[in-house]
Design a protein around this ligand. Structure first.
Ligand code: SF4
Length: 354
């Protein structure tokens, strides 16, 4: 079906207000960039969810990363977006400017390579991301174990998506009618881990890719499920997502990690929504190895990132949006990450496609 036909069909199909959450930050950016909202009937509200891994990293976790960077003899290896996220008193970018050894990497493997080149120092990899990136961390930890690398460790800040969706689905205030589920994460976990959303909460679910057509057809599928009163998990991203996901990656995750509670910015501690290294890989756990404690910490005054991430407000409703908080001077991580909804709103505000 052509995209214009899909938009016309949507316009004919929607007969009541519907609230859909796009879970993934990549969806959020694509929706803005492609003007998807302008193709939707006014009855459909698209709200952004907690699908930006940098954005959901808690303030306490950022503070712990800064503390590590300040330790003599330590190299902190991190993805670029983490650098500018403000912690309580500093950021990794500020620490780097002050002479600490903070390095930007594009993969977990690169962090292990840095450890190999610096045998007299400890390299700590800040492992951030959802199920999409956690298998790469698991693979590198296993490789470090096989090599007997003793100067490498991981601050494991990975998050697991379905438990966060359960929290949002059970929030009566949010009243989500449908989830546009993340294509990337689903390539790893498949369809089954989402089924509780339709079976227990009666919420429509569509796994979608990232082109404008993918998103529009995903929305169309959500509307179809609601109109027929048959909520289900349906994948429209079959070119990348198998029903049972990536079984090799899942096996690797299970070999290296065990489920643990995790602190999400704005959502609080969610049971079994993170990963901890299991034996015999616990020797690579940075907090345990280096005597680091990760504690909860208050977010900056006035920052509403938590409400943005849980879909309670739109970014412009934050009093700091565009004034105290801009991409050049971010107050919260949602304005830092290229996939953060505040950054996306800021970039496209005033545009006719907003
Ligand atoms: Fe946080 Fe800035 Fe977004 Fe407000 S505008 S929610 S302070 S990132």
């Amino acid at each position: 079906m052509h995209i214009s036909n899909a938009a016309a069909l949507l316009a004919r199909s929607v007969d009541r207000p519907m609230r859909f959450m796009e879970v993934c930050g990549t969806h959020t950016v694509s929706i803005f960039r492609n003007g998807v909202r302008s193709l939707l009937p006014t009855e459909i509200s698209l709200i952004s969810g907690p699908g930006c891994p940098v954005c959901v990293t808690s303030q306490g976790e950022i503070n712990a990363a800064v503390e590590l960077a300040r330790r003599p003899g330590t190299i902190v290896a991190t993805y670029g977006d983490m650098l500018r996220v403000p912690g309580g008193s500093s950021s990794l970018a500020a620490e780097r400017a002050a002479g600490r050894d903070v390095r930007v990497v594009t993969s977990a493997a690169e962090a292990l390579h840095i450890a190999g080149e610096n045998p007299d120092r400890e390299t700590v990899f800040l492992a951030v991301g959802f199920e999409t990136t956690s298998p790469a961390t698991a693979a590198v930890v296993r490789e470090a174990a096989e090599k007997g690398t003793s100067n490498f460790s991981v601050l494991c800040l990975h998050k697991v998506v379905p438990p966060a969706l359960q929290l949002l689905a059970s929030d009566k205030e949010l009243q989500i009618d449908g989830f546009l589920l993340p294509g990337h994460v689903s390539t790893i976990i498949g369809e089954a881990p989402y089924r509780f959303l339709s079976e227990e909460y009666g919420i429509a679910c569509a796994i979608a890719g990232f082109e404008a057509e993918d998103i529009l057809f995903g929305v169309l599928e959500l509307v179809r499920q609601i109109r027929t009163d048959k909520p289900a998990v349906r994948s429209l991203y079959r070119r990348a997502v198998r029903p049972d996901g990536n079984t090799r990656a899942l096996k690797l995750l299970d070999q290296v990690f065990t489920a643990s509670d995790a602190s999400w910015r704005g959502l609080g501690v969610i049971p079994a929504s993170g990963y901890a290294l299991r034996e015999p890989f616990r020797i690579f756990d940075a907090p345990g190895k280096l005597g680091l404690t990760v504690t909860e910490a208050p977010v900056p005054d006035g920052c509403r990132c938590g409400d943005v991430l849980s879909g309670l407000i739109l970014p412009p409703e934050c009093p700091l949006f565009g004034t105290a908080c801009t991409p050049v001077n971010p107050v919260g991580p949602c304005m830092v990450s290229s996939e953060g909804s505040c950054a996306a709103h800021y970039k496209y505000q005033g545009s006719e496609i907003l």
